[in-house]
Design a protein around this ligand. Structure first.
Ligand SMILES: O=C(O)Cc1cc(O)ccc1O
Ligand SMILES: [Fe+2]
Length: 457
């Protein structure tokens, strides 16, 4: 082990609570778990310090413009290539999809809502606990996204996952994740998110047992901080609150270590006799990172009308069209509502973008019931939606004189995409699908009066 804090068995809670991190977003970081392990002045010396192997991981093409280019260098005990061949993982895992077409998934404009899933009945690790709900495009064509959810109760042991298809953004809803990566370790609790970019190997330990959450995956693009436009130079998610791991390594023998590689949505395994977490030092700007959503600095209405939710964008994975995202990650955090003579909840709307929502804790401001922590909803391109009847009626009943009110103890989020999602079998066949979802709006009555005097009785 690299230090007394290692606790590689994965159960040393204090060590995981007190892990060191490197702060910043998009930085060119350097980190060494042994002083002098990073070569000086070059990336690939003939002999690296401590006899380490140099290995690059590229997250963008070699020739991507400098401002977009992402790559890192690792100095490791053995290079990643030291493994037996990849074979399809058996038994096959049918629940992950990364090509969205007629044979894998269905189209529907219906408003969809899912109840939270129960804990798995059999021991299930993070990999086996993942299932795809919806998505669009193709990992092979490097364009699109997938939305997965997970429910797991078992830690990964001597096994690492590697997603060759895209970047994972994980939103834990229940249970902490202790994640080993090639760049170091991260504790990620509900209320935090973690991004594991394409190609990084990682292993998930579940210190709290039963765990569940949401995962968005983007193909051919990476998450970045949104422009702030007229907001100015500060606000929303601040670069300094993003945390990358500090170098840490495992030099123990691990006969029978398994790498599970997701490639085109299918899973392959390869055996090796060492841990992939054998990187003694690294540098670069292609890194895993986490972010605590409570650090978000929201901007909102201070006089009239409900602003568009884009004002609460934490991260965006852009398409090639300016202002159009393959996937935005947007949150609805605690905040004050102060607008005057305004319908304060989200407006009724239809959107050319598609909106997948999840709830980490609390209640969502547009739904008085039915949208539960751990549940999800999907309102696709141009599908009408908005506050349910109870929320509408309660808002109107409060009247014009509603003073400042605080939305507290809640954290909902949205994955919003310009690409229309197709729904995977789990999403439509699931017993968790709420077939009565549409009922939440059916009670909205007409208050129309041709006299034009009293809009509501
Ligand atoms: O539909 C939703 O609940 C998400 C949403 C929230 C909001 O405040 C404004 C628009 C919007 O789509
Ligand atoms: Fe919406």
């Amino acid at each position: 082990m690299s230090s007394a804090l290692d606790g590689v068995a994965g159960d040393d809670a204090l060590a995981w609570e007190r892990l060191p991190y490197l702060a910043g977003f998009g930085n060119h970081f350097s980190s060494e778990a042994k002083v002098g392990a990073l070569p000086l002045g070059q990336n690939s010396p003939l002999i690296c310090p401590y006899g380490l192997y140099a290995e690059q991981i590229s997250g963008t093409s070699f020739t991507s413009p400098r401002k977009l280019n992402q790559r890192s260098w690792m100095y490791r005990i053995k290079p990643s290539v030291t493994h037996e061949p990849f074979y399809p993982r058996l038994p096959g895992h049918q629940r992950l999809i990364s090509e969205f077409n007629h044979s894998t998934s269905s189209a529907t404009p219906t408003q969809l809502r899912w109840k939270p899933v129960n804990d798995p009945e059999i021991p299930t690790d993070f990999i086996d606990g993942l299932y795809t709900v919806c998505g669009a495009g193709s990992s092979f064509l490097r364009h699109g996204y997938a939305i997965h959810m997970y429910a797991a109760n078992k830690s990964m042991v001597d096994c690492a996952f590697c997603n060759a298809d895209g970047d994972f953004l994980i939103v834990p809803q229940k249970g902490r994740l202790w994640i080993k990566t090639e760049f170091g370790r991260m504790q990620v609790s509900p209320g935090e998110i973690v991004v594991l970019p394409q190609g990084f190997r990682f292993s998930v330990h579940l210190p709290d047992g039963s765990s569940r959450g949401y995962v968005s995956e983007v193909f051919g693009t990476h998450y970045q901080l949104p422009d702030l436009g007229p907001i100015g130079a500060n606000g929303l998610a601040s670069a300094r609150d993003f945390l990358a791991p500090a170098a840490w390594f495992d030099s123990d023998a691990h006969p029978g270590y398994t790498i599970v590689q997701k490639f085109g949505g299918e899973l392959f395994t390869a055996k090796q006799d060492f841990s992939p977490f054998n990187v003694v030092a690294w540098h670069g700007n292609y890194v895993p990172y986490k972010y605590d959503l409570s650090k978000f600095c929201p901007f909102n209405t201070v006089l009239i009308d409900h602003g568009d939710p884009s004002v609460n964008t934490v991260l965006t994975a852009p398409s090639d069209k300016p202002g159009v995202a393959i996937l935005d990650f947007v949150i609805f955090p605690p905040r004050w509502l102060v607008a005057e003579h305004t319908f304060r909840p989200p407006y009724y709307h239809r959107n050319c973008m598609s909106e997948f929502m999840g709830l980490i804790y609390g209640d969502y401001e547009a739904k008085a019931g039915g949208f539960l922590p751990g549940g999800a909803s999907l309102h696709s391109c141009m599908t009408p939606h908005g506050p349910d009847t109870k929320t509408y009626e309660a808002t109107i009943a409060r009247g014009e004189d509603a003073g400042p009110s605080r939305i507290s103890s809640t954290m909902a989020f949205m994955f919003e995409s310009c690409l229309i999602p197709r729904i995977c079998p789990w999403g439509l066949d699931s017993p968790h699908l709420d077939h009565d979802y549409y009922q939440c709006w059916i009670g909205l009555r007409s208050h129309f009066s041709s006299e034009g005097s009293e809009p509501h009785d």
